[in-house]
Design a protein around this ligand. Structure first.
Ligand code: ADP
Length: 463
């Protein structure tokens, strides 16, 4: 059964049911009021009549004067003595030779009852008459409830018909409005089917209704999921393409060198060192790829320990001086004694990456400056160079994996995979720090790393 049909049945039965319950309550209330009203009339009529009844010396009933009967009130009366002889009867009852309601005639207390004479429904009040503690007769007052019965039957008919009609109206209205409300869901289903049949994640569901109702939010959530899936899918494709590209270059060089050696019939030094370089490059690439995937999946373990950042920086400086050789001047401009809580190897990797990039992308005769200072509650490391700089277009992307600025690609800078900065970014942010870059094309680049200072035990960080 469709959702539309189920909701329609639910709404219409609810509407009809509620109306029926209310109708029944009204019916019961009207019924009680009607019966009360009739009973009050009967009581008053009987009281009036009893006041006019006397008993003679021989203990027989004597009716002083007949009560004035209001014929419009629909009330009839009958008085009989203890022997069952009818002493008085209203006109319509003259031919009746028994009590109006014989069932309750013998009772010793005042009783209300219902009876039928032929097809006429009567509400009867029976009042036993006593004199000096002796029963002397019975008075019965009856009310023809025909009109009240008709009213009740009409009311019941109205309630049932109104409930059925409102059920029908509710069913029609819900059938139509539910169809309208559910139509965006049909669009969601259709789009989902198109996506799976066409393998195309670029589809989006058009938002036709309001943005912030349930369906609007569902459509937006669905579109956001599609967006995310598309992003994951394309970045996975790009990742695969990038990896294959990076792998192909060294493999081509290795193959070329092997071919050359085969042709020449000997393993010359140049070809062998070419193969060795490319094998190193492949090893580095695979190592970086492993790090990158571990970092992305959150499985790269960081071993935190108190760390003298200044000592680490000086070690990296000494190591990098070898790389800079005479080509670029590498200098430490400022160094504070600074302790942080960090993973030594990973932070060393970040520093090596930044400094080696600075050296790599700075032409002969340029300069690279390194500094470490305490700034607020942070250790700030700056690696600044006077190199080629990064263009405005490239700058927002350099922390993306495999991203290499056009210039560095075209000049075929050695060793770059575009992974170093994305790994550095992950490591620094997972140390609770941040990494910033500032660059002007042709003038130089400056990377700044901020890491929270190690708090001596027992102190609370302020600010
Ligand atoms: P790569 O291995 O290519 O150096 P990185 O992730 O370390 O990869 O750097 C990404 C890109 O950012 C580089 O390809 C280069 O274009 C640019 N870049 C990084 N550092 C510098 C720098 N100091 N000067 C100029 N460009 C830089």
């Amino acid at each position: 059964m469709s959702l539309r049909l189920r909701l329609t049945i639910l709404y219409s039965t609810l509407t009809g049911g509620i109306l029926l319950v209310f109708g029944m309550l009204i019916f019961i209330m009207v019924n009680v009021l009607l019966v009360n009203q009739v009973d009050t009339i009967l009581l008053e009529t009987a009281r009036d009549a009893i006041q006019r009844i006397r008993v003679n010396v021989s203990g027989e009933l004597v009716l002083i004067e007949l009560p004035r009967m209001d014929m419009t009130a629909n009330v009839y009366m009958q008085v009989m003595d203890v022997g069952g002889n009818i002493e008085f009867a209203s006109a319509p009852l003259r031919n009746l030779d028994r009590p109006i309601d014989p069932v309750v005639a013998g009772l010793r207390q005042q009783t209300f009852s219902d009876t039928y004479i032929e097809t006429v429904h009567l509400r009867v009040l029976s009042v036993p008459l006593f004199a000096g503690g002796r029963r002397i007769g019975l008075l019965q007052a009856a009310y023809n409830t025909g009109i009240a019965d008709d009213t009740r039957a009409t009311l019941m008919r109205i309630i049932v018909v109104a409930s059925l009609a409102s059920m029908a109206v509710a069913a029609a209205a819900s059938w139509l409005t539910i169809a309208r409300a559910l139509s965006p869901l049909a669009a969601v289903t259709e789009t989902a089917q198109q996506i799976s049949s066409a393998d195309d994640l670029s589809w989006r569901i058009p938002l036709r209704g309001p943005e912030n109702d349930e369906v609007g939010r569902l459509v937006q959530a669905f579109n956001a999921t599609l967006e995310r899936l598309e992003h994951i899918f394309t970045s996975q494709q790009r990742f695969l393409a990038d990896v294959s590209h990076e792998l192909r270059t060294p493999l081509t060089v290795i193959k070329g060198n092997v071919d050359l050696m085969r042709k020449m019939g000997c393993a010359d030094d140049e070809s062998l060192s070419g193969i060795e370089d490319e094998a190193d490059r492949l090893t580095r690439l695979v190592g970086n790829l492993l790090l990158e995937t571990q970092a992305e999946s959150g499985k790269l373990p960081l071993h935190f320990a108190p760390l003298e950042l200044d000592t680490l920086l000086l070690e990296v400086f000494k190591e990098m001086r070898v790389l800079a050789r005479e080509r670029v001047r590498l200098r430490v401009t400022e160094i504070d004694q600074v302790q942080v809580n960090g993973d030594r190897d990973r932070l060393e990797q970040v520093l090596i990456n930044l400094v080696s990039n600075a050296i790599k992308y700075t032409p002969q005769g340029g300069e690279v400056f390194i500094s470490l200072a305490k700034v607020g509650g942070n250790a700030r490391i700056i690696v600044r160079d006077t190199g080629m700089g990064i263009s405005k277009e490239d700058l927002p992307h350099i922390f993306e994996r495999f991203y290499r600025a056009e210039k560095s690609r075209s000049r075929l800078m050695p060793g770059g995979f575009g992974l170093g900065l994305s790994i550095a970014y992950w490591i620094v942010t997972h140390h609770g720090g941040r990494i910033e870059v500032d660059s002007a094309e042709g003038q130089g680049t400056s990377f700044a790393i901020y890491l929270p200072l190690l708090q001596p035990e027992g102190t609370i960080p302020v600010g």
